[in-house]
Design a protein around this ligand. Structure first.
Ligand code: TEU
Length: 539
């Protein structure tokens, strides 16, 4: 089922601008810094650069609190820098994807500054007000309602109190957002990532936040009014999407989005039922395999998948699913193979391509993330021990993903000439881009080959998917089939050496390795799979 969408063969690279590259020594990454790394990104082979929010913002949540959608954050540069970045990326065949936070704005956005003035202000209805709060709580802790003495009412904020929720039931709000998208489309960008898109249909009075009754109607309206006719890549973030609801978002006939970010696979390692992400529990590979496989089969021919192990809100993939110590190289390459060997569009998070790891700051003063700071405060107050809170932060805190990009072994990892806004991971002298570029066996060069393969191999893009050995507890193996040809993708998710019957993986005498994280492939003749071994085999 070969369809014709340019982004089917694309790989996206996610940039957290604050932590990517600082050009002017203020310790904060910026647009000129990103521009200076375009050749690096072109060498990696990615096609789209998703920039986390770069708009004017007081940075209560690092840009996810937007004060002006039409202006660039001063610390990041100017609109001229943005236009230059779009143009320079374009020259190298790369498009820029903007991050649109349309569920809420900053409380410093002019709409909210008007709205809070009086109950009859023309902007009052852009936000959500109540005379009495109900039980809804904020993702960042505490009630989702904030009292305003001026008008004697509460406003809704599903995130921080500096992130008031927009009222999508108001058609004027929907039109404002469509206009903002058109403004950015006219600048020549290649797509949008929509923050917490599943929340915009909320009916707070009934306690409904995600997947409200008019959600998909709003998304279709936005599509029709703005990006629909423009042939761009759109991806919505939804922590609630399931393999069953996936097609609602991405079936071409529904005219909503190109694809959705789903998070089921990133919530398996928390205490069930009812635990939060901070309540740590081991995940089972069986659950991971069956969940990712359901996404593959449910969307095959009906929608389109996004493929990712991590982003700016989650722990580093190699620390979470691999081995960040002895087998860091092997496990990082294996994880890339198994995830990006599936059908869908890969989203690579900055630093993943060099195997960056989680960080452990011993002093809370070194943490910056609002969610982490609130968690520490709230759990201490609730009587948790500091040791167990730190264990949760080490495993799941968002700052794991936000330490500066490690460019070289020099001061501040080559990220900035000044003191970075958040400390560099001390392992930068070993793990950095400079070292990775020089080593032909690096994780970086492996990613480069995998990304290149996705551009040419139809089977990787359009092949069907079949999970093998679903009950095997260490091995993730599946077959992709296209045009009567079959390919095995496999990975050992453990440090054990596995003995497998090659026939169980459909390996025949003519099977040949295409991409591999060890030099030899004893699987082919002897059925041996070494610790964290992974690869692709033409069957
Ligand atoms: O994230 C959505 C979200 O719910 C996250 O806060 C996530 O659930 C949390 O980290 C899990 O504990 C998006 C953005 O990606 C995130 O950076 C923003 O903070 C959030 O929306 C609010 O805009």
């Amino acid at each position: 089922h070969k369809q014709d969408c340019w982004w089917h063969r694309s790989s996206v690279y996610q940039i957290y601008p604050r932590s990517f590259c600082d050009s002017d020594g203020d310790g904060i990454g910026d647009l000129a810094g990103i521009r200076s790394k375009l050749d690096y990104l072109a060498l990696l082979g990615v096609d789209v650069l998703w920039l986390c929010p770069v708009y004017a913002s007081p940075n209560d949540d690092n840009g996810y609190d937007i004060a002006d959608y039409g202006r660039i954050m001063q610390e990041f540069g100017t609109m001229a820098d943005m236009e230059l970045l779009i143009a320079e990326a374009g020259k190298r065949g790369m498009k820029i994807m903007m991050d649109i936070v349309a569920n809420h704005t900053s409380d410093e956005h002019k709409w909210f500054m008007e709205a809070r003035k009086s109950a009859d202000n023309p902007y009052r209805d852009y936000y959500i007000w109540a005379k009495q709060p109900n039980a809804l709580s904020s993702t960042f802790g505490g009630s989702a309602w904030q009292y305003e003495a001026e008008t004697g009412e509460y406003y809704l904020h599903l995130f921080s109190k500096k992130q008031p929720d927009l009222n999508w039931r108001n058609p004027r709000v929907r039109q404002e957002i469509a206009d903002i998208l058109i403004f950015w489309l006219d600048k020549g960008i290649g797509g949008f990532r929509f923050d917490v898109i599943d929340l915009i249909g909320k009916v707070p009075e009934q306690g409904i936040t995600a997947n409200g009754p008019r959600l998909h109607e709003y998304v279709r309206e936005l599509n029709e009014k703005s990006f629909g006719p423009r042939n761009v890549l759109t991806v919505g973030e939804s922590w609630t999407a399931t393999p069953e609801t996936g097609p609602l978002w991405s079936s071409p006939a529904r005219h909503e989005l190109s694809m959705i970010f789903q998070f089921g696979h990133l919530t398996l390692d928390q205490a069930q039922p009812g635990g939060e992400k901070w309540d740590l529990a081991p995940y089972s590979l069986l659950d991971l395999k069956s969940l990712l496989s359901r996404w593959q089969t449910e969307l095959y021919g009906r929608g389109w998948n996004s493929l990712f192990w991590n982003n700016h809100d989650t722990p580093r993939a190699v620390s979470r699913f691999g081995d960040e110590g002895e087998y860091r190289l092997q496990s990082a390459k294996m994880l890339a193979t198994v995830m990006y060997g599936m059908a869908g569009t890969p989203f690579i998070y900055q630093g993943e391509e060099i195997g960056m790891t989680n960080v452990r700051f011993t002093d809370m003063a070194d943490y910056r993330d609002i969610e982490t700071l609130h968690l520490y405060r709230d759990r201490l107050a609730a009587g948790h021990g500091a040791g167990s809170i730190m264990a949760s932060i080490y495993a799941k805190g968002r700052d794991n993903a936000r330490t500066p990009m490690q460019w070289d072994g020099g001061e501040h990892a080559g990220f900035s000439s000044g003191a970075p806004w958040i400390k560099v991971n001390p392992n930068y002298s070993e793990i950095n881009v400079d070292a990775a570029l020089k080593d032909p066996h690096s994780i970086f060069h492996f990613y480069r080959r995998l990304i290149a393969l996705r551009k040419t191999a139809d089977w990787l893009v359009y092949g069907s998917y079949e999970l093998l050995l679903p009950r095997h507890e260490q091995l993730f193996a599946y077959v992709r089939e296209y045009d009567n040809r079959r390919y095995l993708v496999f990975g050992n998710f453990s440090r054990q050496t596995l003995a497998i019957n090659p026939a169980d993986l459909r390996i025949s005498p003519q099977a040949a390795s295409i991409l591999h994280n060890y030099t030899a492939v004893p699987l082919l003749e002897q059925g041996i799979i070494r610790p964290w071994e992974g690869g692709i085999i033409s069957l």
